[in-house]
Ligand binder design. Structure first.
Ligand code: SF4
Length: 326
């Protein structure tokens, strides 16, 4: 089946005063119609840059982006204007994404007006209901509602043009913990009801635990593992994925004691100077000598499960040749 959204060995570097930041390094990712893919990794790993590349909000340095089988890597602004209604984004900071001088009703109406859609007033009311907001909020301004309600407005606005794909960039990380689950549940049920494809970007595996059909883990500009949700939780093969799973709070104190301390130590290395070899080797508890100078190949563990790790090709070296990085 042709993926709805496909990134093929996409690369992006940012020029900064400190030097060249390798934000995204040869990433390939395919999202099928109706599928929710969670893209997970620490701050600074390149997730948000990847979202902007997928939406063609920023140009790629190399690689290809395909939407519904059409190569949009170098599509003109005019061609993108026709595509963008079907490819929408939910931003992390709804306050910044909404114009403070436009009412909530106007904010949801804006994309409908720009694209000349009929029955706009009724459509705005329906969208408010769909995201669980009272119709009376249409006349309020963004600063007059709560953070959770603002994010619901952002979601309504993203859905206004009936997109096929929504990319949600850390949509709950700016919200109070108490409302995060409500917004996640809302996005999950909207994606299901509408048959939406969704890329849900986050840094917390616990958040995407029940939401995603598939999980892709990103480390320093690369996807190091991708697998269906059930398989990921039971058979994650990459030490970084295993460390992220171990970092998810355990359900009970006894389970936490049995699991022991989370094995992920140290900060993400600087993308200005990624470590040679495997980019995770400076923090990997299972690194072998090869990891310090040779990039691991992408290994297909199952038709829909891939990972980048030398241990998957040299498992016999695992225990014997560990360099003992902790
Ligand atoms: Fe660890 Fe080496 Fe695998 Fe990288 S390639 S995750 S350093 S064992």
């Amino acid at each position: 089946m042709t993926p709805l959204l496909q990134l093929d060995t996409v690369t992006k570097a940012w020029r900064t005063p400190a030097g060249l930041v390798q934000a995204v390094r040869g990433v390939s990712l395919a999202v099928q119609a109706g599928e929710t893919v969670a893209l997970v990794g620490e701050s600074g790993c390149g997730k948000s840059t990847l979202a902007r590349l997928a939406l063609r909000l920023t140009p790629v340095d190399a690689g290809r982006i395909l939407f519904d089988g059409q190569d949009i890597t170098h599509a003109s602004e005019r061609a993108l204007t026709a595509i963008r209604p079907r490819l929408q984004m939910v931003f992390q900071d709804a306050s910044a994404a909404l114009n403070p001088r436009r009412t909530i009703g106007q904010a949801i109406d804006d994309p409908l007006r720009v694209h000349g859609r009929p029955n706009r007033a009724a459509r705005v009311q329906a969208l408010l209901g769909e995201v669980g907001l009272d119709a009376s909020l249409a006349s309020r301004f963004p600063h007059e509602v709560s953070g959770g309600q603002r994010q619901r407005v952002g979601i309504a606005r993203a859905l206004a043009l009936d997109p096929a794909v929504v990319i949600a960039d850390e949509p709950v990380s700016a919200l109070d913990v108490s409302v995060r689950a409500q917004v996640i549940n809302l996005m999950s049920s909207l994606a299901r009801q509408r048959g939406l494809a969704m890329v849900f970007i986050g840094h917390d595996l616990a958040v995407v635990r029940h939401l995603a059909d598939r999980i892709a883990v990103m480390h320093l500009g690369e996807i190091v593992e991708a697998a269906p949700r059930q398989r990921f939780w039971s058979q994650a093969a990459h030490p970084y994925s295993q460390a992220l799973i171990a970092s998810v709070p355990a359900a009970t104190p006894a389970a936490a004691r049995a699991r022991g301390p989370a094995p992920l130590a140290g900060d993400l290395p600087s993308p200005l100077a990624p470590p040679p070899g495997c980019s995770f080797h400076t923090r990997c508890p299972r690194a072998i000598a090869t990891c310090q100078h040779q990039s691991p190949p992408l290994i297909r563990l199952a038709p829909d499960h891939t990972a980048r790790c030398h241990l998957l090709t040299h498992p016999v070296l695992d225990a014997a040749a560990s360099t003992g990085h902790r």
